[in-house]
Write a protein that binds this ligand. Structure first.
Ligand code: SDX
Length: 444
C-alpha cells in the first residue's frame, strides 16, 4: 500500500549565503557560511569562530548545534516525521523488515531480492558467539540488571575478534558490522536467560531475525516453542522503530568513542551504557514502573499533578521529547502493534493496559502537556508492548539497545568513512577558580 508522503519542504540557501557576527565590544565582524541541508534548519558553520575571533560558542546539551553531517536519518519534530535514507518510518514499519532496514541504513539504498537474501544469509550465519563467551555471564549475580550484562559482554566481543578491529580497513569494518548485528540478539537473549536462571538457547538458522531472537529468549529444553507470526511481526516492528534516531545521546556517544579510533565493539558498548539512562533508553522500563506505581485509574490525576509541579522532580515517563513537538511517529506505529498483540494474546482487559490507555487519554487532553507539546513517545508504547510480550521490565532497555544497534554501527561507519573525520573534543566555558599560588599545609 503506497501511503501519501507528508509535505516536507527541501531547503535551498542562496549560493554563498552567509551570516555575520558583529562584536559590539570592538565592532569586529565575522562572516560565517550557511550550509543548506536536504530537509531541516539551515546551519551556520561556526568552525572558524575560535580561530578567527578567539571566542567559543556555548550550547550545553547541543540544543542548537549540529555535531556532524549525516545521510542516515532525518527527524522533523514539528511535523512528527522520521525518515531513514529518505523513507518514512511508517512505510518501513508497514512494508519492510528489520534486516532490510539494516541493509538500507548501512548501504544507503533498499536491497534487491538477491542482495537481501545474501545479507540475511550472512547475518544468520554469524549469530553464534564463541563458546567461551558464556563464562562472562557466570561472573555476574543472577539478579544483575540485563544492561549491566550487555555493557560488559558487548565490550568483551572485542577480545574474540582481533581480525576486524582495524577501523581503517573497509573489509574489517564490514565484518565487524555483520558480527555486531548478528550477535546482539544472541547476547541480549543470553542476558535474559541468565537473569531468569534458564539455560542459554543456541540460535536457529531456520528462523528469521526476530523469530530467532524470541526463540532464544522464550524456548526451554523441556518442550517445543513455536513463535507466533503476530508476535514475531510485533518484535520485528519494535526493532525497526528503534533502529536509528539522528544524534541522540547514545548515538552521539558511539560517534565520540569511535572518533578516537576505538574498536567498534567498544563503541557499541559505550552506546549501551549511555542508552541505559532513564531519561533516554531506560524510559520504557521507567514508564512501566510508573504505571505499576500509579496502580489504578483514580490515581492518575495525582501523578499528572506531580508531573506539572516544578518543585517535584517527577516526570511523566514515556512523555515528551527533545526533538518531537508533535506525536512521535514511532509511537503511533507501535501503538498499532501494541493493540494487535493485546488482541492476539487476549489481554485487552488487563488492568495495567487499561490504565495505560486512560493515562494516554488524560495526558494528551491536558493543557499542560498540550501547551508544552508533550506527547507519548516511543518508550511509552514500547514498555507496555514488551510487557505484553512477556519480557521482564529490566529487559526493556536491553531490547531498545538491540534495535538501536544498527543505528549505532551505521552512524559509526558513516563517521569513520567521513574524510573530514577527526577526534571529537568539545571545548568548555571555564568558570572555576582563577589561577593562584599553592597553599602549604602548614598555612591551611
Ligand atoms: C528517548 O534523543 C532521542 O532521539 C531519544 C530517543 C531515541 O530514539 O533515541 O527518542 C529515545 O530517549 C525518548 C525520550 C524518553 N524519555 C522519557 O520519556 C523521559 C521523560 N521525558 C522527559 O525526561 C523529557 O521530555 C526529555 C528528557 C525526553 C526531554 O527533555 P527536555 O528537552 O528538557 O524537555 P523539554 O525542553 O521539551 O521540556 C519542556 C517543558 C519543561 O517544562 P517548562 O520548563 O517549560 O515549564 O516540558 C516539561 C519540562 O519540565 N517536561 C515534562 C516532561 N518532559 C518535559 N513535564 C512532565 N513530564 C515530562 N515527561
Amino acid at each position: 500500500m503506497t501511503r501519501e508522503l507528508p509535505e516536507l519542504p527541501t531547503v535551498s540557501a542562496a549560493p554563498n549565503e552567509k551570516a555575520t557576527i558583529r562584536f559590539q565590544s570592538d565592532g569586529r565582524e565575522l562572516e560565517l557560511p550557511i550550509i543548506s541541508p536536504t530537509h531541516g534548519p539551515k546551519t551556520v558553520d561556526i568552525s572558524r569562530l575560535y580561530r578567527e575571533t578567539g571566542y567559543f560558542a556555548h550550547d550545553p546539551g547541543f540544543l542548537s548545534t549540529s555535531s556532524c553531517q549525516s545521510k542516515l536519518t532525518f527527524i522533523d519534530g514539528d511535523r512528527g516525521i522520521l525518515l531513514h535514507r529518505g523513507y518514512s518510518i511508517e512505510d518501513l514499519a508497514q512494508d519492510s523488515n528489520y534486516l532490510e532496514v539494516c541493509y538500507l541504513l548501512l548501504n544507503g539504498r533498499l536491497p534487491s531480492r538477491q542482495e537481501l537474501a545474501e545479507f540475511e544469509n550472512v547475518i544468520t550465519r554469524h549469530t553464534m558467539v564463541h563458546e567461551q563467551f558464556k563464562t562472562f555471564f557466570s561472573g555476574y549475580r543472577r539478579d544483575a540488571h540485563p544492561m549491566a550484562l550487555m555493557v560488559g559482554t558487548v565490550g568483551a566481543l572485542s577480545a574474540f575478534y582481533h581480525d576486524d578491529t582495524d577501523v581503517t580497513d573497509p573489509r574489517a569494518r564490514m565484518i565487524a558490522t555483520h558480527r555486531i548485528v548478528a550477535k546482539m540478539p544472541t547476547i541480549c537473549a543470553m542476558a535474559y536467560k541468565y537473569s531468569v536462571g534458564q539455560p542459554f538457547v543456541y540460535p536457529r538458522n531456520d528462523l528469521d531475525y526476530a523469530a530467532n531472537f524470541l526463540h532464544m529468549c522464550f524456548s526451554v529444553p523441556a518442550e517445543p516453542y513455536d513463535v507466533h507470526p503476530i508476535v514475531a511481526r510485533a518484535m520485528d516492528r519494535f526493532l525497526i522503530l528503534h533502529a536509528d534516531h539522528e544524534q541522540n545521546a547514545s548515538t552521539a556517544t558511539v560517534r565520540i568513542a569511535g572518533s578516537s579510533q576505538a574498536n567498534p565493539y567498544a563503541c557499541i558498548a559505550a552506546g549501551v551504557a549511555c542508552l541505559w539512562g532513564p531519561a533516554h533508553g531506560g524510559a520504557n522500563e521507567a514508564a512501566l514502573r510508573m504505571l505499576m506505581e500509579i496502580g489504578t485509574k483514580d490515581r492518575i490525576g495525582e501523578y499528572l499533578a506531580r508531573a506539572k509541579d516544578k518543585n517535584d522532580p517527577f516526570r511523566l515517563m514515556g512523555f515528551g521529547h527533545r526533538v518531537y513537538k508533535n506525536y512521535d511517529p514511532r509511537a503511533r506505529v507501535l501503538r498499532e502493534s501494541f493493540h494487535e498483540v493485546l488482541e492476539y494474546l487476549g489481554k485487552q482487559r488487563e488492568p495495567l493496559f487499561e490504565l495505560a490507555m486512560e493515562l494516554e487519554r488524560l495526558a494528551t487532553e491536558d493543557d499542560y502537556f498540550r501547551e508544552r507539546k508533550l506527547f507519548p513517545n516511543v518508550d511509552f508504547y514500547s514498555g507496555i508492548t514488551l510487557h505484553a510480550l512477556g519480557f521482564p521490565l529490566a529487559m526493556f532497555p536491553a531490547l531498545f539497545a538491540l534495535g538501536r544497534t544498527i543505528g549505532w554501527i551505521s552512524q559509526w561507519k558513516e563517521m569513520i568513512e567521513d574524510e573530514n573525520q577527526r577526534i571529537a573534543r568539545p571545548r568548555q566555558l571555564y568558570v572555576g577558580a582563577p589561577i593562584h599560588p599553592y597553599v602549604p599545609i602548614t598555612e591551611r
